[in-house]
Each structure stands twice: as C-alpha cells, then as structure tokens.
Design a binder for this molecule. Sequence first.
Ligand SMILES: C[S@@+](CC[C@H](N)C(=O)[O-])C[C@H]1O[C@@H](n2cnc3c(N)ncnc32)[C@H](O)[C@@H]1O
Length: 340
Amino acid sequence: MPREQVREDLTPIAEKHVPVLLDAVLKGLNLEVGKTYVDGTLGMGGHSQCLLEALHDLGERSPRWVGVDQDARALGMAQERLAPRLAGFETKQHTHFVQSNYSEIPEKLPDLGVTGIDGGLLLDLGVSSYQLDTADRGFSFMRSGPLDMRMNGTDDEIPTAGDILNTASFEELCRIFEIYGEEKYAFPIAKAIVADRDESPWQDTLDLAKLVERIYRLKQKSGKAKEAKHPATRVFQALRMAVNGELEHLESTLNTLPTLMQAGSRVAIITFHSLEDRLVKQTFKPWLDGCICPPQFPICTCGKTPSFKTVNRKPLEASEAEKEANPRSRSAKLRVYSRL
Ligand SMILES: C[S@@+](CC[C@H](N)C(=O)[O-])C[C@H]1O[C@@H](n2cnc3c(N)ncnc32)[C@H](O)[C@@H]1O
C-alpha cells in the first residue's frame, strides 16, 4: 500500500484507539527524566503518546524511548501519530521505532545503544482495535476476511489460522479451543471443523463464525440464557493465541526481565486472559520471595534475596466508567513490578 494511502486511511483509526488503564500505567511506571522507557506493544501508540507527554511535562528534553511492535502497519500508524509529540522535544535522537517481536527486545536494544532498561517496560498484550477492525487481517468474526490472524502480517513461516484449521488434528484443535479459549464446546466445534474441511478448506472468518453459532444453537436449544459474548469470541481468541504463539513469547520475555531490567525500573503488564495473568503472576512469584530455606533452619543458608517487588498488592482493573466507555478494558488486568 502506498505510504500516502496508509496516512490517509489509518491515522484516524489510530486516533480513535483508547489506551486501557492509562492513568494506572503512567503512575505505575513512575516516570523520571533521563530514564529509558520501552513500549513493547506500541500498537496505536496511545499509551506511549501520553507517556511522552507526561515526560515532557516533567521537563524531559531528550526522551529515551523505544516503541516496539511486530505489526509493520501498526508501527507506521504509531509513527505518524507520535511525530508531532516527538517534534515537541529538543531532540529525538534517543527515540526509536522497532518492528520486532517483543521477545527480541533484549537482542534489539544493544544495537540502539541501550544496555538495559532503567526506566520502565510496558506490555499491553493482545490485539489492537485497529487489528480487530481490519477485515483482511482475519481477527474479526464480524467481518468477512481471510483466516489469517498473524500479528506480524507477513511471516510466511508462521501458519495462519486457516492453515491450523485445515491441517491440525482433531485432538490438537480441541486442545487449542479448550486451553486458549476455555471453550466449553471445544469437542463438537473441532469435530465439525474437521468434518467440514473434507468438503472444502476453511478460508473465511464468517464461515467459521457461522459454524460456531450453529454448534451453540444446537447445544443450547433448551432455551438457556443467551451468551453475553458472541459465541465465536473464544474460538477466535484461541486461534489467534495459537497462531502468534502468544503465551510462548510472553513466557520467554518474562524470563529475560531479571537481566533486562535495572534497579529501580518498573515493568507494567496488561493482560486480557486468565492464562496470561497466571503466567505473569507465577513467573514473578519466586522473584518476589527472599530466603527459600526450610522454616526449621535457624539461619538463612540460601542467601537468596528478592529481585522484584509488587507495586500494587492486587492486579488493577478498569473502573466501571472505563469498562462502560471502552469494552476492551473489561477483562484487562494490570500488574506492576519494581526491580530491586
Ligand atoms: C493492545 S495493542 C497495544 C495498544 C497500545 N498500548 C496503544 O495504546 O495504542 C497490542 C499491540 O501489541 C502488538 N503485539 C502483540 N504481541 C506482540 C509481540 N509478541 N511482539 C510485538 N508486538 C506484539 C500487536 O501487534 C498490537 O499492535
């Protein structure tokens, strides 16, 4: 797509995107002049725009900021959106837009002259409203489009949602829907997918959405209360997580944090799925604890000290007003940790 067209078509979408839990994220990151901040899921640049504004208000003249997204189109939009903001600083020589998976941040930062993160890292997981609303990306069950769902949009090595639906075994499909989607009808949905693909391969998002609706209608004809969410929500979410290896990238990134984050820095992670939240909580747990000697030991012999502390005792959730105004925030949970 020509660059001019990208600007014309996509910038208004970027401006419509509302960042989730914005105040809590900015407060949690405890912004300070002269420190480096990395937004690992830049998306529409909503959080980063406000982060840069807040740094400017604190007196920052030359922000040290890196915005990362694996989606080239999202990155282009964020770049356009943030350009006026960055132009308001004396210099933007320490600001960088990087198209990459956030799991590659530790390898990318040294090339930018950044040896570690002494300010903060933000991960706002999942897909953006732009990705959901763009039919040709295949994330939406409301719009006809190819069953693609690759967040980076281009990597031919990554099987698309269609590839998975057309080649995975029945057992594998059940596993994806059950584990990533917590889908109660995983079994009949997987069975119908496998049966239908013998007649013609899966290609279109709406065909898959219709199949899931059909299964729900069959299973729920006894007049059960209607689902609050569209029946295809969980199947689409599960496929998206499988296509993009979302839990795997999150897990490998979390494991780099003790090395990547410098003393006093903050990590803010917004999750939208209980599996993601559990992974974050369980990964940090041993880092929050000090001594691991058995309680009967009179003195500590392990010498272990905590490497992080939690900034909020419980994960933060959106207020009722935010949930009302921005439905995407309904399942959001924010955990913030400080590197000791
Ligand atoms: C929820 S949106 C972020 C929205 C952003 N905070 C804002 O306020 O505009 C998530 C973004 O993260 C990107 N993303 C998700 N997983 C990623 C990964 N493993 N590596 C890099 N980017 C990723 C998606 O492409 C998407 O643009």
